[in-house]
Design a protein around this ligand. Sequence first.
Ligand code: 13P
Length: 264
Amino acid sequence: MRKNSINYFPYNFMQKILIANWKMNLDVEKSLNLAKQYKKNLRTLKGLELVVAPSIPLIIPIKDIFGSAKISLSGQNVAAFSEGAYTGEVSAKMLKQIGCGYSLVGHSERRQHLVEADEMIHKKIVQSYAAGITPVLCVGESLKEKESGGRDAVIINQLQRALSKVEALPDKEIIIAYEPVWAIGTGVSVEREDLIHVERIIKRALSSLYSENFYNEKVSLLYGGSVNSVNVSVFWGIDKLAGFLVGTSSLEANEFLKIAIQMK
Ligand code: 13P
Protein backbone atom coordinates (compact mmCIF):
# COMPACT_ATOMS: atom_id res chain seq x y z
CA MET A 1 0.00 0.00 0.00
CA ARG A 2 1.16 3.48 -0.74
CA LYS A 3 1.62 6.04 1.97
CA ASN A 4 -1.33 8.15 2.91
CA SER A 5 -1.18 11.85 2.38
CA ILE A 6 -3.86 14.18 3.61
CA ASN A 7 -6.18 13.86 0.66
CA TYR A 8 -4.91 10.71 -0.86
CA PHE A 9 -6.52 7.49 0.18
CA PRO A 10 -4.76 4.48 -1.30
CA TYR A 11 -6.75 3.33 -4.26
CA ASN A 12 -8.32 0.03 -3.42
CA PHE A 13 -8.21 -1.80 -6.69
CA MET A 14 -11.57 -2.87 -8.14
CA GLN A 15 -13.20 -0.12 -6.16
CA LYS A 16 -15.80 2.01 -7.85
CA ILE A 17 -14.27 5.24 -8.99
CA LEU A 18 -15.72 8.53 -10.17
CA ILE A 19 -13.42 11.23 -11.47
CA ALA A 20 -14.36 14.87 -12.02
CA ASN A 21 -12.25 16.53 -14.69
CA TRP A 22 -12.90 20.24 -14.34
CA LYS A 23 -10.54 20.99 -17.23
CA MET A 24 -9.86 24.78 -17.53
CA ASN A 25 -13.55 25.58 -17.26
CA LEU A 26 -13.63 27.56 -14.04
CA ASP A 27 -11.79 30.54 -12.62
CA VAL A 28 -10.26 30.47 -9.15
CA GLU A 29 -13.32 31.68 -7.28
CA LYS A 30 -15.72 29.33 -9.05
CA SER A 31 -13.38 26.39 -8.52
CA LEU A 32 -13.12 27.03 -4.79
CA ASN A 33 -16.90 27.43 -4.51
CA LEU A 34 -17.47 24.18 -6.38
CA ALA A 35 -14.98 22.43 -4.11
CA LYS A 36 -16.98 23.64 -1.09
CA GLN A 37 -20.19 22.29 -2.59
CA TYR A 38 -18.51 18.98 -3.33
CA LYS A 39 -17.39 18.71 0.25
CA LYS A 40 -20.86 19.47 1.57
CA ASN A 41 -22.67 17.09 -0.76
CA LEU A 42 -20.26 14.25 -1.33
CA ARG A 43 -18.52 13.60 1.95
CA THR A 44 -21.06 11.05 3.10
CA LEU A 45 -20.72 8.79 0.07
CA LYS A 46 -18.97 5.63 1.12
CA GLY A 47 -17.59 2.82 -1.01
CA LEU A 48 -16.89 5.10 -3.95
CA GLU A 49 -13.50 6.57 -4.72
CA LEU A 50 -14.21 10.17 -5.62
CA VAL A 51 -11.47 12.06 -7.39
CA VAL A 52 -11.32 15.68 -8.46
CA ALA A 53 -8.91 16.95 -11.09
CA PRO A 54 -8.75 20.75 -10.79
CA SER A 55 -6.23 23.03 -12.47
CA ILE A 56 -2.79 22.81 -10.87
CA PRO A 57 -2.78 26.14 -8.92
CA LEU A 58 -6.01 25.10 -7.21
CA ILE A 59 -4.92 21.73 -5.92
CA ILE A 60 -3.45 22.98 -2.65
CA PRO A 61 -6.36 25.28 -1.66
CA ILE A 62 -8.86 22.60 -2.64
CA LYS A 63 -6.99 20.05 -0.56
CA ASP A 64 -7.46 22.42 2.37
CA ILE A 65 -11.17 22.81 1.62
CA PHE A 66 -11.71 19.04 1.42
CA GLY A 67 -9.91 18.55 4.74
CA SER A 68 -10.96 15.19 6.16
CA ALA A 69 -13.60 14.53 3.46
CA LYS A 70 -12.74 11.43 1.48
CA ILE A 71 -12.23 13.11 -1.83
CA SER A 72 -8.96 12.44 -3.64
CA LEU A 73 -7.12 14.69 -6.03
CA SER A 74 -5.67 14.19 -9.47
CA GLY A 75 -3.53 16.19 -11.83
CA GLN A 76 -5.07 16.89 -15.22
CA ASN A 77 -1.61 16.35 -16.63
CA VAL A 78 1.87 15.38 -15.49
CA ALA A 79 5.35 16.03 -16.84
CA ALA A 80 7.11 13.39 -18.91
CA PHE A 81 10.37 14.16 -17.07
CA SER A 82 11.31 13.71 -13.44
CA GLU A 83 12.85 17.17 -12.85
CA GLY A 84 15.02 19.79 -14.49
CA ALA A 85 14.82 22.55 -17.06
CA TYR A 86 11.31 21.94 -18.41
CA THR A 87 9.63 25.33 -18.26
CA GLY A 88 5.95 25.18 -17.42
CA GLU A 89 5.86 21.53 -16.44
CA VAL A 90 4.76 19.97 -13.14
CA SER A 91 6.44 16.74 -12.11
CA ALA A 92 4.73 13.62 -10.84
CA LYS A 93 6.72 13.98 -7.64
CA MET A 94 5.33 17.48 -7.07
CA LEU A 95 1.79 16.25 -7.74
CA LYS A 96 2.35 13.55 -5.16
CA GLN A 97 3.81 16.03 -2.67
CA ILE A 98 0.77 18.30 -2.91
CA GLY A 99 -1.61 15.42 -2.31
CA CYS A 100 -2.51 13.95 -5.69
CA GLY A 101 -2.97 10.20 -5.95
CA TYR A 102 -3.66 10.23 -9.67
CA SER A 103 -2.92 11.97 -12.89
CA LEU A 104 -4.79 12.00 -16.15
CA VAL A 105 -2.49 11.03 -18.99
CA GLY A 106 -3.12 11.28 -22.72
CA HIS A 107 -6.44 13.09 -22.57
CA SER A 108 -7.65 13.67 -26.14
CA GLU A 109 -7.73 17.43 -25.58
CA ARG A 110 -4.01 17.32 -24.89
CA ARG A 111 -3.38 14.98 -27.81
CA GLN A 112 -5.36 17.33 -30.05
CA HIS A 113 -4.51 20.84 -28.87
CA LEU A 114 -1.12 20.33 -27.26
CA VAL A 115 0.35 17.86 -29.72
CA GLU A 116 0.84 15.25 -27.06
CA ALA A 117 2.18 12.16 -28.78
CA ASP A 118 2.17 8.51 -27.67
CA GLU A 119 5.87 8.59 -26.82
CA MET A 120 5.32 11.43 -24.40
CA ILE A 121 2.27 9.73 -22.94
CA HIS A 122 4.39 6.64 -22.34
CA LYS A 123 6.96 8.73 -20.44
CA LYS A 124 4.24 10.33 -18.35
CA ILE A 125 3.05 6.90 -17.27
CA VAL A 126 6.58 5.88 -16.32
CA GLN A 127 6.99 9.11 -14.32
CA SER A 128 3.66 8.63 -12.57
CA TYR A 129 4.66 5.18 -11.35
CA ALA A 130 8.10 6.39 -10.26
CA ALA A 131 6.40 8.99 -8.05
CA GLY A 132 3.71 6.65 -6.68
CA ILE A 133 0.82 8.11 -8.63
CA THR A 134 -1.81 6.03 -10.39
CA PRO A 135 -2.10 7.07 -14.03
CA VAL A 136 -5.49 7.40 -15.68
CA LEU A 137 -4.70 6.67 -19.30
CA CYS A 138 -7.27 8.12 -21.69
CA VAL A 139 -7.83 6.45 -25.04
CA GLY A 140 -10.44 6.88 -27.72
CA GLU A 141 -11.09 7.45 -31.37
CA SER A 142 -12.06 10.60 -33.24
CA LEU A 143 -15.27 10.89 -35.26
CA LYS A 144 -13.34 10.41 -38.48
CA GLU A 145 -11.67 7.27 -37.14
CA LYS A 146 -15.01 5.97 -35.94
CA GLU A 147 -16.71 6.61 -39.26
CA SER A 148 -13.92 4.97 -41.23
CA GLY A 149 -14.16 1.84 -39.11
CA GLY A 150 -10.81 2.47 -37.42
CA ARG A 151 -11.98 2.61 -33.82
CA ASP A 152 -10.59 -0.68 -32.56
CA ALA A 153 -7.21 -0.24 -34.24
CA VAL A 154 -6.87 3.28 -32.81
CA ILE A 155 -7.56 2.10 -29.28
CA ILE A 156 -5.20 -0.87 -29.58
CA ASN A 157 -2.44 1.37 -30.96
CA GLN A 158 -2.88 3.96 -28.26
CA LEU A 159 -2.68 1.26 -25.56
CA GLN A 160 0.34 -0.43 -27.10
CA ARG A 161 2.28 2.78 -27.61
CA ALA A 162 1.51 4.12 -24.17
CA LEU A 163 2.09 0.94 -22.23
CA SER A 164 4.53 -1.39 -23.89
CA LYS A 165 7.73 -1.73 -21.93
CA VAL A 166 6.39 0.07 -18.87
CA GLU A 167 8.24 -2.27 -16.59
CA ALA A 168 6.51 -1.24 -13.38
CA LEU A 169 3.12 -2.10 -14.81
CA PRO A 170 2.46 -5.76 -14.00
CA ASP A 171 2.83 -4.96 -10.29
CA LYS A 172 0.85 -1.77 -10.33
CA GLU A 173 -2.72 -0.88 -11.06
CA ILE A 174 -3.71 1.32 -13.96
CA ILE A 175 -6.92 3.07 -14.78
CA ILE A 176 -7.91 3.14 -18.44
CA ALA A 177 -10.53 5.67 -19.45
CA TYR A 178 -12.24 5.05 -22.76
CA GLU A 179 -13.21 8.50 -23.98
CA PRO A 180 -14.27 8.65 -27.61
CA VAL A 181 -13.35 12.13 -28.83
CA TRP A 182 -16.71 12.61 -30.55
CA ALA A 183 -18.52 12.02 -27.26
CA ILE A 184 -16.60 14.58 -25.24
CA GLY A 185 -18.63 17.69 -24.48
CA THR A 186 -21.11 16.95 -27.27
CA GLY A 187 -24.06 15.53 -25.35
CA VAL A 188 -23.74 12.37 -27.43
CA SER A 189 -22.49 9.36 -25.49
CA VAL A 190 -21.40 5.92 -26.59
CA GLU A 191 -23.95 3.16 -27.12
CA ARG A 192 -23.97 0.52 -24.40
CA GLU A 193 -23.22 -2.25 -26.92
CA ASP A 194 -20.25 -0.31 -28.29
CA LEU A 195 -18.85 0.17 -24.80
CA ILE A 196 -19.17 -3.56 -24.16
CA HIS A 197 -17.32 -4.21 -27.41
CA VAL A 198 -14.56 -1.72 -26.58
CA GLU A 199 -14.08 -3.37 -23.18
CA ARG A 200 -13.34 -6.62 -25.01
CA ILE A 201 -10.88 -4.84 -27.31
CA ILE A 202 -9.08 -3.31 -24.33
CA LYS A 203 -9.04 -6.68 -22.58
CA ARG A 204 -7.52 -8.36 -25.63
CA ALA A 205 -4.89 -5.64 -26.09
CA LEU A 206 -3.78 -5.60 -22.47
CA SER A 207 -3.88 -9.37 -22.12
CA SER A 208 -1.51 -9.71 -25.04
CA LEU A 209 0.73 -6.84 -23.87
CA TYR A 210 0.93 -8.26 -20.34
CA SER A 211 -1.44 -11.07 -19.37
CA GLU A 212 -5.09 -11.78 -18.77
CA ASN A 213 -4.34 -11.91 -15.07
CA PHE A 214 -2.88 -8.44 -15.29
CA TYR A 215 -6.05 -7.23 -16.97
CA ASN A 216 -8.31 -8.92 -14.45
CA GLU A 217 -6.37 -7.90 -11.39
CA LYS A 218 -4.74 -4.57 -12.14
CA VAL A 219 -6.85 -2.71 -14.64
CA SER A 220 -9.83 -0.53 -13.84
CA LEU A 221 -11.91 0.65 -16.76
CA LEU A 222 -13.74 3.96 -16.87
CA TYR A 223 -15.96 5.49 -19.49
CA GLY A 224 -15.96 9.21 -20.25
CA GLY A 225 -17.88 11.29 -22.78
CA SER A 226 -21.11 13.18 -22.05
CA VAL A 227 -21.89 11.14 -18.93
CA ASN A 228 -24.73 12.66 -16.95
CA SER A 229 -27.26 11.73 -14.28
CA VAL A 230 -29.72 10.52 -16.92
CA ASN A 231 -27.51 8.24 -19.02
CA VAL A 232 -25.24 6.90 -16.28
CA SER A 233 -27.65 4.04 -15.56
CA VAL A 234 -27.34 2.87 -19.18
CA PHE A 235 -23.69 2.03 -18.60
CA TRP A 236 -23.49 1.23 -14.93
CA GLY A 237 -23.38 -2.51 -14.43
CA ILE A 238 -21.39 -3.31 -17.58
CA ASP A 239 -18.88 -6.00 -16.75
CA LYS A 240 -15.50 -4.56 -15.73
CA LEU A 241 -16.68 -0.96 -15.81
CA ALA A 242 -15.36 0.58 -12.58
CA GLY A 243 -16.76 4.06 -13.08
CA PHE A 244 -16.67 7.26 -15.05
CA LEU A 245 -14.51 10.20 -16.01
CA VAL A 246 -16.83 13.18 -16.09
CA GLY A 247 -16.31 16.65 -17.55
CA THR A 248 -19.33 18.92 -18.03
CA SER A 249 -21.56 17.16 -15.51
CA SER A 250 -18.91 17.53 -12.81
CA LEU A 251 -19.13 21.33 -12.95
CA GLU A 252 -22.38 21.29 -11.04
CA ALA A 253 -22.17 19.62 -7.63
CA ASN A 254 -25.78 18.39 -7.59
CA GLU A 255 -25.53 16.79 -11.01
CA PHE A 256 -22.27 15.12 -10.04
CA LEU A 257 -23.84 13.89 -6.81
CA LYS A 258 -26.74 12.39 -8.78
CA ILE A 259 -24.24 10.41 -10.85
CA ALA A 260 -22.38 9.28 -7.74
CA ILE A 261 -25.56 8.15 -5.99
CA GLN A 262 -26.46 5.87 -8.89
CA MET A 263 -23.12 4.11 -8.54
CA LYS A 264 -23.84 3.05 -4.97
P1 13P B 1 -17.66 15.60 -20.91
O1 13P B 1 -18.21 14.87 -19.72
O2 13P B 1 -17.90 17.08 -20.86
O3 13P B 1 -18.10 14.98 -22.19
O4 13P B 1 -16.07 15.44 -20.85
C1 13P B 1 -15.53 14.18 -20.72
C2 13P B 1 -14.08 14.31 -20.48
O5 13P B 1 -13.34 14.71 -21.36
C3 13P B 1 -13.56 13.93 -19.17
O6 13P B 1 -12.19 13.83 -19.18
